[in-house]
Design a protein around this ligand. Sequence first.
Ligand SMILES: [Zn+2]
Ligand SMILES: [Zn+2]
Length: 209
Amino acid sequence: MTAPMYLELFDRNPFGTNCWLLGGDGDEAVVIDPGFDTDGIHERLRRSGRRPVAVLLTHAHLDHAGEAGMFAGDDVPVLIHGDDAVAYDDLERWNPGFENPLEPVKDLRTIEDGERVRLAGLSIEVHHTPGHTPGHCSFEVGTTLAAGDLVFAGSIGRSDFPNSSPEAMRRSLRWFLTLDDGVEVLPGHGPRTTVGRERASNPFLADLG
Ligand SMILES: [Zn+2]
Ligand SMILES: [Zn+2]
């Protein structure tokens, strides 16, 4: 029998962005999308007896990634898809005319579709799910999917930014629908849901062509 996954939500910020704290056995944790309140997230981890070993970013929008560099400091790597890592080098090339201030990251590492990263006692599969941004990723851990701004309960992420692609978004949403109904979805905003519930009731998934 495997121990239940450590899972906490930290969402103390003005954008209502979810920061997910995940871990397996032991005292380590990975932190998904620490966009705000570095001290608050560290405090939450301390209270849970966990130390962060990596930051995973679903994408480079400031509400998900703004403070990631500050949170990670000198020792913790920050993982992001290469197409959104561009935001750290050249914001204007990544998303022309878009205001998106990011704290610099000391140890930025890129991840790719299909890659499996082993961190904090977890095996995490990276799925490149572009559309909202070019390098948007979703992270599959067991029967849980951290979906960022791909799918929300009853809604989906925007695909009308300068660097969005509605066509890529449709492909990513079709991929989402290939997942089992029982997969629990941890969205980037709003409450948790499941693939089955969204398949049955999310109007934005009803007609993808
Ligand atoms: Zn976003
Ligand atoms: Zn967002």
